[in-house]
Design a binder for this molecule. Structure first.
Ligand code: NAP
Ligand code: 8YV
Length: 310
């Protein structure tokens, strides 16, 4: 008999098809309110993605839940404490997406500094015929501050080193690496040309990049965010960009996805991407494989390949 899985997130077809083949899949919202109590009984696994909110309330409504499987590395939306209190395991997909996210961070960094979206519009709109495109900012050799030197942060540092960038970082503690460490994100911002956010979400990072940090980065500074939208105070960012207190920003993640702050949409000095850093065919395949491997291992009573850390 197939096990029953509750799917609360949009997943790529390549994953959904295999999920439907191997399990009895129920589709529900993050509140589960539309499902009746008798339907909720018997659900042994829940599948979510990196942006999902799985609250203590939903967990409580699933009396037979054994495992929460996240298609993504970030799991800040999952109430892990509530899951653990019930002995429910939580898994995610680290490492397999690191290269893509680091590649995309560099894409945003270069694209923002060299104003690539604006340059594309300039050519299409025939403005080149009236004169040359304004000069942009050099990247090679500049100072890069990374907020969160984890798997993705380190992969970004490797790539930035090939651009001869001078790397420094902020985290909860120094990591024993060669790059200079800043205990304060404001001090890091004041010391660099580019501030790049690669931390996850959650209470401890909420609005870590606020108006004060943006002012420390300054009118010649550029902010890149591939971590989580909640890390940056988006209203403060839009204001700083509009007032020229910050040179530019490149964003893949937003506070209220899929709705970037309305002011950002009218600004020319921000490059916007629809949370796509890990969205390549290769990586989505690897993430799908790992998600299914976690689910299969759970039901086979085998060790989980990638449980979230304690
Ligand atoms: P990771 O290896 O756990 O790295 C996270 C880093 O953040 C660690 O170095 C951690 O350092 C640091 N950190 C955690 N809490 C912090 C805090 N309160 N203050 C300062 N630093 C803190 O995770 P990863 O695999 O690199 O992924 C990082 C994040 O990227 C994910 O959580 C996700 O939100 C985001 N992401 C985005 C996309 C996208 O599509 N844009 C794709 C994948 C991932 P310590 O724990 O040592 O302090
Ligand atoms: C998304 C991400 O999860 O892994 C993460 O934490 O943010 C992304 O990879 C992915 O878009 C699936 O929703």
């Amino acid at each position: 008999m197939k096990s029953t899985v509750l799917k609360v997130a949009r997943l790529p077809d390549m994953l959904s098809e295999r999920l439907y083949a191997d399990y009895d899949v129920l589709e529900g919202s993050e509140s589960g309110e539309e499902l009746e109590a008798r339907t909720l009984r018997g659900i042994r696994a829940l599948i979510a993605n990196g942006e999902s909110r799985v609250s203590a309330g939903l967990i409580e409504r699933l009396p037979d839940l054994q495992v929460i499987v996240v298609f993504g590395v970030g799991y800040d939306g999952i109430d892990v404490e509530a899951a653990r209190a019930r002995g429910i395991a939580v898994t995610h997909t680290p490492d397999v997406l690191t290269d893509d996210v680091a590649d995309f961070a560099m894409t945003l960094l270069l694209g923002t500094a060299r104003r690539i979206a604006r340059a594309d519009r300039f050519v299409r709109e025939g403005r080149w015929q009236q004169g040359p495109f304004p000069f942009t900012r050099k990247v090679s050799g500049k100072r890069l501050g990374i907020v969160g030197l984890g798997r993705i942060g380190k992969a970004i540092a490797q790539r930035a080193a090939a651009f001869d960038m001078q790397i420094s970082y902020h985290g909860r503690r120094p990591l024993g690496v060669d790059y200079p460490y800043y205990a304060s994100v404001t001090e890091l911002a004041a010391a660099v040309d580019f501030l790049l956010v690669a931390v996850g979400g959650g209470d401890s990072t909420h609005h870590m990049v606020d108006a004060g940090v943006l002012d420390a980065l300054g009118s010649q500074g550029i902010l890149i965010n591939v971590g989580r939208g909640s890390v940056v105070d988006e209203a403060a960012l839009a204001q700083a960009l509009a007032e020229g207190r910050l040179l530019g920003a490149g964003l893949d993640v937003f506070e209220d996805e899929p709705r970037p702050h309305a002011r950002l949409l009218d600004l020319d000095n921000v490059l916007l991407a629809p949370h796509m850093a890990s969205a390549t065919w290769d990586t989505r395949r690897a993430m799908s494989d790992l998600t299914l491997a976690n689910l299969a291992a759970h039901f086979a009573g085998e060790p989980l390949p990638t449980p979230v850390p304690d």
